[in-house]
Design a protein around this ligand. Structure first.
Ligand SMILES: [Zn+2]
Length: 269
C-alpha cells in the first residue's frame, strides 16, 4: 500500500533512540523494521533540516539557511509531489511546517487547525509552544489517521528538543523522553502497521550536553532511521549509514509519486 507516516522526532539522537526506544528496538530484533544511522545535513538546525528532509536538497540550494528564515518553501517538496499526485496530506506538527508548506507567517488562530484541499498540508494541526506535550500530539495524529486516512502524514513531536534544550542531552529528562515517546507511539504504530502504513521514524538533528544543536559534531548530526514496511520483512539493524538527502526520495518512492530535488539522491527502497 502506498501510504506513509513520517515520525520526525525533533532532536532525537541516534544513541538516545537506540538506547531508549524499546518497542522500536523490538521491531528491529523481530525483523519487522530496519534500522539505519542517518548523518544529518548542516547546519544542524530545525527549520533548515525540515526543508532538507522534505526536498532532498542541501541548505545552500533550498535557501532556508537558518531557523529565522520565515517563508514558504520555494522548491519541489514531498507535500507538493503528494498533492499533485492526487494524494491526501496531513500533519500534526510544529507551526514552522505550516509556514514552510501552507502559509507564512503563521497565525496562531487561523492556521492552528486547517482542513483545506487547496493547501499542501491539507489536514494540518499545528502547535506553537515548544513544550506542547508529545502525548497530546500523538493523540491528534491518531485522530488524523482515523478520520482522514491520509496518504502522507507527518507527525512531529518537540519533546526531545524541549527536554534537550532545557536539561542537556546528558540528562535523565532527555533520555527518558525517548522511552516515553516510544511507549506512547507503540500502540499507534501497531494500529498503523495493521492499516498498511509504511512508517519512518527519524530526527532532524541531535543535541549536545550544552543544551544546543547547530554545529557539526556527531552528537548533533547522527539521527536514527527506523523503517517499517508492512508486508515486507525488515532487515534488523543494518549497520548502514545514510544521507539525510535520501529520506524525501524514499518517502516519494513509497507514495509512488515523483521524487523532488535536483540531484536525485537514492531512495533506500
Ligand atoms: Zn529541530
Amino acid at each position: 500500500m502506498n501510504k506513509v507516516i513520517l515520525i520526525l522526532s525533533d532532536a532525537l539522537r541516534y544513541d538516545a533512540a537506540v538506547a531508549g526506544m524499546g518497542y522500536l528496538g523490538h521491531l528491529v530484533e523481530a525483523r519487522l523494521a530496519s534500522l539505519y544511522k542517518v548523518i544529518g545535513e548542516l547546519p544542524s538546525m530545525s527549520r533548515p533540516m525540515y526543508e532538507t528532509i522534505h526536498t532532498s536538497l542541501p541548505v545552500f540550494e533550498h535557501g532556508v539557511v537558518s531557523s529565522i528564515v520565515v517563508r514558504r518553501s520555494t522548491k519541489p517538496n514531498v507535500f507538493e509531489s503528494a498533492v499533485r499526485g492526487g494524494k491526501t496530506t496531513a500533519a500534526a506538527a510544529y507551526y514552522w511546517f505550516s509556514e514552510l508548506y501552507n502559509r507564512a507567517p503563521y497565525n496562531h488562530i487561523d492556521d492552528r487547525e486547517v482542513d483545506d484541499d487547496s493547501l499542501l498540508i491539507q489536514h494540518g494541526r499545528f502547535y506553537f509552544k515548544d513544550e506542547y506535550p508529545d502525548v497530546e500530539l500523538f493523540a491528534t495524529a491518531g485522530m488524523l489517521v482515523r478520520k482522514f486516512s491520509p496518504d502522507y502524514l507527518l507527525l512531529h513531536p518537540m519533546g526531545m528538543d524541549y527536554t534537550g534544550e532545557t536539561y542537556g542531552a546528558d540528562s535523565s529528562e532527555y533520555r527518558n523522553q525517548a522511552i516515553r515517546q516510544d511507549m506512547w507511539l507503540a500502540t499507534l504504530i501497531q494500529e498503523w502497521m495493521q492499516l498498511g502504513y509504511n512508517i519512518l521514524v527519524t530526527g532532524d538533528h541531535g543535541i549536545n550536553a550544552d543544551k544546543l544543536h547547530g554545529g557539526t559534531t556527531p552528537d548533533v548530526r547522527e539521527v536514527p532511521l527506523f523503517l517499517i514496511r508492512p508486508g515486507f520483512p525488515g532487515q534488523g539493524n543494518t549497520g548502514e549509514v545514510l544521507s539525510m538527502l535520501q529520506i524525501a526520495p524514499t518517502i516519494c518512492r513509497l507514495l509512488d509519486v515523483p521524487i523532488p530535488g535536483t540531484k536525485k539522491a537514492i531512495p533506500i527502497i
